[in-house]
Write a protein that binds this ligand. Structure first.
Ligand SMILES: Cc1cc2nc3c(=O)[nH]c(=O)nc-3n(C[C@H](O)[C@H](O)[C@H](O)COP(=O)(O)OP(=O)(O)OC[C@H]3O[C@@H](n4cnc5c(N)ncnc54)[C@H](O)[C@@H]3O)c2cc1C
Length: 466
């Protein structure tokens, strides 16, 4: 079969190699020029590329199944195994036990995936931008790239969250804005320096009054600091300026420790994040039909969730794995494959999207000063926070956090969680500046006048189907 894959992000790269290794001829279309040496890759068009990423076990499982050599290459480059189970066995001869994720820069992971895909005999690289799909007699017959047409029996659209290929074919996207926006920066530990305080599998997490701070450990002594600020608080927009970000890093204890100039040095500018949304869009049109047989959408083109939970590459690669299995089952019947993939995503991925819609609304309300209402079913973020009051909840919350149990599994502990909040207990807040103090620091350090205060926006209703 001739296949075209549009988009060479993690989804397109793994899908292209997976198809080629099953005997198909693949053209992989993407105009990104690739890295310059080992440390530079501008990667325009993927705004999150240099923001912190962590890779869940579900993502690694697919990489292990489809491109196992990439795991060895990443470990050789200093990527660190990441497990939520402190008793998990250590890697033996570089073999990561199942259930292990990876701490590594996205750039390093994607560079290795790309290296393998470009060497794969069945994959031909087309270094250009796809202009759109070509269809004849109601089915996809290829892709238009510049003036050239690439014929194909099957087109995979893995063009990411802002890709436009195939736009308008599917039923409208369900979506909601995320409560937080990213501002981050990468650093490298100085030779011989110990990491800062480690309080989580990622590195360190601190929930402050009105914002969240995370330190992500990556590969080879590199780490990122992240301030997730409320999207509604325009006073913190100035964090994107180096002087403001540095002032914040000095004032927030966990960041001050990790970014102490004696311990580490910055290796990137401060990276502001783009607009973040939870989105879900299946394979079908509004009438429930496959709109253009022979076209399949994968990865962020189907589902995006608030990145703070680090699910995107996992949910993307899980789709790829499912798609490859369904293709094996249904062969040339691409309508059957698309329907089955759509049903699988609806059952297994959409609940995570809906969970983020609810938790983002809850987070926004808390950051706006609303108290928890213990008479209402708690959202998942409140359930997770309640483990600080009752660690025995982890029996149920742990599998949810590890994505081995769905969001609905948390219902089992709702009565206990409501009891905790009804007693007056509230999640502890980390030491450090309040959001107002942080805003004052930003105003004092930003080179531009702080924006006029704008009225708190009316929370945007989520567009989801029942
Ligand atoms: C701030 C942030 C932090 C994140 N952190 C994490 C994390 O910690 N862990 C995690 O698992 N996930 C994380 N994610 C999610 C993760 O980045 C995405 O899920 C992942 O990028 C999806 O991969 P993709 O290949 O589907 O899309 P992309 O990575 O967006 O790749 C799409 C590709 O398609 C190409 N393309 C687009 N249009 C065309 C066209 N017309 N022709 C040819 N090529 C085209 C683009 O150039 C790009 O190469 C984060 C996301 C954000 C926003």
């Amino acid at each position: 079969m001739d296949a075209v894959v549009v988009g060479a992000g993690p989804t397109g790269l793994v899908a292209a190699v997976g198809l080629a290794r099953r005997g198909h001829r693949v053209r992989l279309v993407d105009d990104d020029p690739g890295p310059v040496g080992d440390e530079q890759w501008a990667r325009r068009g993927v705004m999150q590329f240099h923001h912190p990423h962590a890779f869940r076990p579900q993502a690694l499982d697919v990489v292990r199944a489809e491109v196992p050599e990439v795991i060895d290459a990443l470990l050789a480059r200093g990527a660190e195994p990441m497990t939520m189970d402190p008793e998990a066995p250590a890697p033996v001869d570089g073999e990561l036990p199942p259930g292990t994720g990876l701490r590594c820069r996205r750039m390093v992971v994607e560079r290795e995936l790309r290296r393998v895909a470009h060497r794969e005999p069945g994959v031909t690289r087309v270094p250009a931008r796809a202009r759109g799909l070509v269809a004849e007699r109601g089915r996809t017959t290829g892709v238009q790239v510049g003036d050239a047409r690439h014929d194909a029996d099957l087109v995979l659209v893995a063009a990411g969250r802002s890709g436009r290929v195939g736009e308008g074919l599917r039923a409208p996207e369900e979506s909601s804005g995320c409560a937080s926006a990213y501002v981050s920066r990468q650093y490298r530990l100085r030779p011989g320096a110990e990491p800062g305080p480690v309080t989580s599998v990622l590195g360190a997490v601190a929930m402050h009054e009105g914002y969240t701070v995370v330190v992500f450990r990556h590969d080879a002594g590199v780490f990122s600091t992240l301030i997730a600020r409320p999207t509604s608080d325009r006073r913190l927009v100035g964090l994107r300026h180096e002087a403001a970000f540095d002032a914040a890093a000095r004032a927030i204890p966990v960041l001050a420790s990790w970014t102490d100039p004696a311990r580490s040095r910055p290796i990137t500018p401060v990276l502001p994040g783009g607009r973040l949304r939870n989105t879900y869009r299946g394979q079908l049109d509004a009438a429930g039909r496959v709109p253009l047989p022979g076209t399949v959408f994968l990865g962020d083109a189907v589902c995006t969730t608030n990145p703070i939970a680090g699910r995107g590459v996992a949910t993307s690669l899980m789709q790829v794995e499912r798609f490859l299995a369904l293709l094996g089952e249904h062969g040339a019947d691409h309508v059957a494959t698309a329907h089955a993939l759509d049903a699988w995503c609806d059952e297994h991925l959409r609940p995570w999207f809906l969970d983020h819609v609810a938790t983002d609304a809850s987070q926004a309300a808390q950051w706006a000063g609303e108290d928890v209402d213990p008479t209402r079913p708690p959202t998942s973020d409140l359930v997770v926070s309640a483990t600080a009051a009752d660690p025995s909840l982890m029996r149920v919350v742990g599998p949810y956090l590890g994505m081995t149990a769905p969001p609905a599994s948390l219902v089992a502990v709702h009565p206990r969680v409501r009891e905790i909040y009804a007693s007056g207990w509230r999640p502890p807040v980390a030491d450090g500046p309040t959001v107002d103090e942080l805003a004052a620091l930003v105003a004092g350090a930003s080179p531009e006048p702080s924006p006029e205060p704008v009225p708190e926006p009316v929370p945007e209703p989520a567009t989801t189907r029942a």
